[in-house]
Design a protein around this ligand. Structure first.
Ligand code: SF4
Ligand code: SF4
Length: 399
């Protein structure tokens, strides 16, 4: 296993910390107590346990920062605290919180450029054809490059795969990104298999929904699709692609304290992730990171039981397997609707749910009549979530 290798950390600027500039945006209070000042060899190791992000060789901390929930000055303070704590990978999108997430990141980087240098920054991309999308993101972040653009590749489409490669080649050539990447949370097996077949050596990093990874490890939920997912994940790792996990349930578990979060994180790392991307939106959650013991990758029997119990407590959580989409005779984006339901109900993010719904090619009043109540999607859903009832429920959020 390649994780928990603290000795490969080489990024020179990692610990060159300063509170200058941060004070200019009202962040100085946090800086004084948490900012490292020494630059001894010992201090140049990551402060938190780290692994290696695939072929990039970047010493990514095992827990990374999902910025989807932050905004305003408090969000900037939370991000700064996470970086001070040692977290060294951050992910956001221009779309999160109507742009407030990326603005919160940009506020920190513009106030103190060293914070940009301390992290591996991942920016989500939606449209490969639009370079302006990345340019806008760079401007909002106050940086001339991000480390990777993770472009949506949700279904196995050769045309889209080629468009993504053309986009990322161009961005790399212009120095706007350093590495290549894609993000997937719909037909993940289909997308992974197309990458493995058509572009096995192209991508450096992927961000994957890891619900199926957790399910594949559980006796009650494991089936052919989840085993296929684990096999594909392993094949991507063997190709040297760094794996970031999302939608594993980490957001919910991070609110439950260090012991449970540690068990969950170790289970996701064991399933194949290099780092567990976790959406944090309180200083308490960030401070809890220093109490995690992730140096030993092996789950104790107690941790394994806790991880299984946590997974069972999310027994109807969407695994993002995409089976429902493939069978719906009305062509509805059922898995997207179930993901939006998760944002709204499970995560308590109604604004984000609305933003995501607005990106779908459906309208709420029409959705009720579009669904033919045939229950074909229910028949294939491994967790019994997809169905006319939940589709109607999502429609009701937005009418
Ligand atoms: S119940 Fe509705 S969403 Fe499900 S397959 Fe039938 S038409 Fe599609
Ligand atoms: S709703 Fe069910 S079938 Fe559809 S993606 Fe989620 S787990 Fe898979």
């Amino acid at each position: 296993m390649s994780v928990f290798d603290n000795d490969r950390f080489t990024r020179r600027n990692f610990l060159e910390a300063t509170s200058r500039g941060a004070a200019a945006v009202g962040l100085g209070g946090l800086a004084s107590s948490t900012m490292p000042t020494a630059k001894s060899d010992e201090s140049q190791k990551p402060k938190l346990p780290a692994g290696v992000l695939g072929r990039t060789k970047y010493p990514v901390t095992l827990i990374s920062f999902g910025a989807i929930l932050i905004g305003e000055k408090l969000g900037t303070r939370i991000l700064k605290a996470a970086i001070d704590q040692g977290v060294n990978l951050v992910h956001t999108s221009k779309s999160y919180r109507g742009g407030r997430s990326i603005e919160a990141c940009g506020r920190l980087f513009k106030a103190d450029k060293k914070y940009r240098d301390k992290v591996f920054f991942c920016l989500k991309s939606f449209t490969p054809e639009k370079e302006s999308e990345t340019d806008d993101g760079l401007k909002m972040l106050g940086t001339d490059h991000v480390d990777v653009v993770l472009t949506e590749f949700h279904k196995p489409s050769l045309k889209r795969l080629e468009a993504i490669q053309a986009q990322q080649d161009k961005l790399k050539k212009k120095g706007k990104v350093r590495y290549t990447g894609f993000v997937c949370h719909v037909d993940m097996n289909g997308a992974m298999e197309m990458v493995l077949e058509k572009a096995p050596d192209y991508f450096d990093i992927t961000l994957m929904a890891m619900g199926m990874a957790a399910a594949g490890k559980s006796k009650d939920k494991s089936d052919a699709d989840t085993q296929r997912f684990l096999k594909n994940l392993k094949a991507l790792r063997e190709k040297g692609i760094g794996i970031l996990s999302m939608k594993s349930g980490a957001k919910k578990v991070v609110t439950k304290g260090a012991k449970l979060f540690q068990a969950h994180a170790k289970a996701i790392l064991e399933a194949g992730a290099d780092s567990v991307l976790t959406s944090m939106n309180t200083l308490q959650q960030v401070q809890m990171l220093k109490n995690l013991d992730l140096k030993n990758p092996h789950l104790t029997p107690r941790e394994r039981k806790a991880a299984v119990d946590l997974d069972r407590s999310r027994s109807d959580a969407c695994l993002m397997c995409g089976r429902c989409n493939k069978v719906c005779p009305r062509g509805l984006p059922v898995s997207d609707l179930m993901r939006i339901r998760m944002y709204h109900d499970e995560y308590g993010w109604p604004d984000h749910a609305r933003d995501e719904f607005s990106m779908l090619d459906v309208d709420a009043p029409g959705l009720s009549t579009a669904c033919g109540n045939c229950s074909v999607c229910t028949d294939v859903c491994p967790v019994g979530l997809a169905g006319a009832g939940t589709v109607q429920q999502v429609a009701s959020f937005f009418v």
